[in-house]
Design a protein around this ligand. Structure first.
Ligand code: 4D8
Length: 255
C-alpha cells in the first residue's frame, strides 16, 4: 500500500465529507451566535412527548440523507454488495451523526444546533430521555476536547461507517480492507498536523460510549413505539427504515 494510494483515499473521503455536510464551518460559526431564548426553550419543553419525538425523528432523518450521500461517495462503498451497503448504513448511521454533531456543538456553553438555533440539553426535556440526552451531550463535550479537524472527522466517520464487525455482513473482508486504508490515512493525517500521537487511540476510545448511545436510542424508540404506536407509525420513512428493529428488507439508499 503506497503513499500515493493513501493520499487518494484521504482526498476522496475528505471531499465526500465536505460535499455532504449540511453546513459549512463558516455557516456554523455565524450560527453559533443564534441561541434559543428562554421563552423558546420553554415552548419546546412544553410540547407533548409525541410532538417532540416527531420533530427529532424528522431532524435525524434529514441528517441521515446526507450520511447516505456521504457513504455513496466513498470509493469502494458502492462496489460492496447491496446487502452489505444497507447493513453498514443501518448500523453506523447514528454513530456518524453523533460524530458529525461536534461540528454543530458548542462546548463553551454546552449547546447544539437544532432547527437553526443553538440550545442546551433542557430543550429536549419533553422527549423523556434525559439519560440518552445526557450521554449525547457528554459525548459532544469529550469529542470537542479532541479538537478534530474536518479532515480527521471525515476519515474517522468513514472508518466508523466501514466497520467490518457489523453483524450479518457477507463480505466483511472487503470492508476490513477499506477500513484499514482509511485508518492508515487517518494516522497519516494526524502525524501531518503534528497532533498528539495518541489522538487516534483517544478517538477510538470514544466508540464504546457511542455504541451505548445507539443502544439507548433503540431502547427508547422501542418503548416509545409501545406507548404511542400511531405516532411511531408516522415517523419519517427513512428514520423508520434505519432504526427498524424488525429484520425486514429495506434500503435506506432509496429514500
Ligand atoms: O448536521 O441536521 O442540522 C440529535 C439530533 C445533529 C438528536 C443535527 C440532531 C443532530 C442528534 C436531534 C435529536 C444529532 C444536524 C441536528 C439534529 C447532527 C438527539 C441531537 C447535523 C448533525 C446535531 C446539526 C436525540 C442537522 C440524539 C435523539 C432522540 C430521539 C428520541 C429521537
Amino acid at each position: 500500500i503506497s503513499v500515493l494510494e493513501i493520499d487518494r483515499v484521504a482526498q476522496n473521503v475528505v471531499k465526500s465529507h465536505l460535499e455532504t455536510c449540511q453546513y459549512t464551518t463558516e455557516e456554523l460559526k455565524r450560527l453559533a451566535w443564534s441561541l434559543y431564548s428562554p421563552e423558546e426553550v420553554r415552548a419546546l419543553q412544553s410540547k407533548s412527548c409525541e410532538a417532540m419525538w416527531q420533530q427529532c425523528s424528522l431532524q435525524i432523518s434529514n441528517a441521515i440523507q446526507y450520511v447516505v450521500e456521504f457513504a455513496k461517495r466513498i470509493d469502494g462503498f458502492m462496489e460492496l454488495c447491496q446487502n452489505d451497503q444497507i447493513i453498514l448504513l443501518k448500523a453506523g448511521c447514528l454513530e456518524v451523526l453523533l460524530l458529525r454533531m461536534i461540528r454543530a456543538f458548542n462546548p463553551l456553553n454546552n449547546t447544539v444546533l437544532f432547527e437553526g438555533k443553538f440550545g442546551g440539553m433542557q430543550m429536549f426535556k419533553s422527549l423523556g430521555c434525559d439519560d440518552l440526552i445526557g450521554a449525547v451531550f457528554e459525548l459532544g463535550r469529550t469529542l470537542c476536547r479532541l479538537q478534530l479537524s474536518d479532515e480527521e472527522l471525515a476519515l474517522f466517520t468513514a472508518a466508523v461507517l466501514l466497520s467490518p464487525d457489523r453483524p450479518w455482513l457477507t463480505e466483511s473482508k472487503k470492508v476490513q480492507k477499506l477500513q484499514d486504508k482509511i485508518y492508515v490515512a487517518l494516522q497519516h493525517e494526524i502525524q501531518k498536523k503534528h497532533s498528539a500521537e495518541d489522538k487516534l487511540s483517544k478517538m477510538v476510545s470514544k466508540l464504546p460510549l457511542m455504541k451505548t448511545i445507539c443502544n439507548l436510542h433503540l431502547d427508547k424508540l422501542e418503548f416509545f413505539r409501545l406507548l404511542h404506536p400511531e405516532t411511531a407509525m408516522n415517523f419519517p420513512p427513512l428514520y423508520k427504515e434505519v432504526f427498524n428493529s424488525e429484520l425486514q428488507y429495506s434500503d435506506p439508499r432509496e429514500s
